[in-house]
Design a protein around this ligand. Structure first.
Ligand SMILES: [Mn+2]
Length: 319
């Protein structure tokens, strides 16, 4: 990967559709490293940066792809935080049609990689860890903006340093980011201190509707569009809701079923205490990690919920 980057000058950096903190932070930290190396790097994503992650892009350098617009003139495409071109939304086809070399830098389970010097490590807690190592290999300095982007990426993808793949390396890296000037409280607030009283009430409304099955081993929530509209909440506002369910004693699988604005249902799954949920996500046409996975499916909320709960029941039965 380092040799590939050194021998070329112009890159397009992108991340998956509906980008998260890890995709955006990793993208920006790699961009800044390439620029430090004297390269030209374009930042182009399939969908906009959520407001809560705006800290990673203080200069508003990330562009959102518009149909009918040509890709910038580059020698390679670097895709961060996914190993599947199909996760690139409206950018998938233009990238495939471009015939450019596409290199993936990622830590998800992937099974459709084209040949190339990709940087894939499923054991990494975040793509940010791979970018951090890559920056070290490139010999670039750690500037504050890159450190903030990497810390946001690392912290959001590890649930603030508690998910299963959080490792000694994760903490060693975080220590170096703090030494570079990252302020953890300010950074945490830049992501989470964005609630309005109305949105907090929506969270309360949702938590009242938590459902349990399989003797409390499966906990789930469903969010309909009319519900969200009533409280003026966006889909982004609900991203953290699944985390509350993990606090239930004895729970092994948590699920969030969210009706999207386009009529599809998004299913987010988390497995606790070593319960793998990736198989359920893959059976629904989605993907992710062993213990955190999801899918977007066509179909109404209710029948989708029943079908997915059946699949999840198989994960915890006999325990
Ligand atoms: Mn990630």
């Amino acid at each position: 990967m380092v040799g590939f980057l050194r021998s070329r000058d112009r890159f397009l950096l992108t991340t998956h559709d509906f980008p998260d903190g890890d995709g955006l932070g990793s993208q920006m930290a790699l961009h800044r490293a390439l620029v430090q190396c004297g390269k030209t790097s374009f930042l182009l994503n399939p969908s906009p940066t959520p407001l809560k992650y705006s800290l990673v892009d203080p200069g508003h350098e990330i562009r959102v792809f518009e149909k009918q617009t040509a890709l910038p003139d580059v020698q390679a495409v670097l895709v961060l935080d996914t190993g599947e071109l199909s996760m690139m939304g409206p950018l998938a086809k233009p990238i495939a049609d471009s015939k450019l070399p596409v290199l993936f830098i990622d830590h998800h389970v992937s099974h459709s990689l084209p040949p190339g010097p990709h940087l894939i490590d499923e054991s990494s807690a975040a793509t940010a860890e791979l970018v951090f190592r890559l920056r070290t290999a490139l010999g670039v300095d750690l500037d504050l903006e890159s450190a903030q982007a990497l810390y946001l990426a690392l912290a959001t993808d590890t649930g603030w340093f508690r998910y299963a793949r959080t490792s000694p390396f994760t903490h060693t890296m975080a220590a170096q980011l703090l030494a570079a000037g990252v302020e953890p409280e300010a950074l945490h607030r830049s992501v989470f201190a964005r609630e309005t009283p109305q949105k907090l009430r929506f969270l309360g409304h949702c938590l009242e509707k938590v459902q349990l099955t399989e003797g409390g081993q499966i906990a789930w929530l469903s969010l309909s569009v009319p519900d969200r509209n009533h409280y003026g909440a966006t889909v982004e506002d609900t991203e953290s809701y699944l985390g509350f369910l993990a606090n239930l004693e004895g729970v092994r699988v948590t699920a969030l079923f969210r009706e999207e604005d386009d009529g599809r249902t998004k299913i987010s799954l988390r497995g606790l205490d070593g319960t793998e949920v990736i198989g359920v996500a893959q059976a629904l046409g989605g993907g992710g990690h062993r213990f955190a996975a999801g899918a977007r499916v066509k179909g109404k909320l209710e029948p989708t919920i029943q079908g997915v709960l059946q699949l999840c029941s198989a994960l915890v039965s006999g325990c």
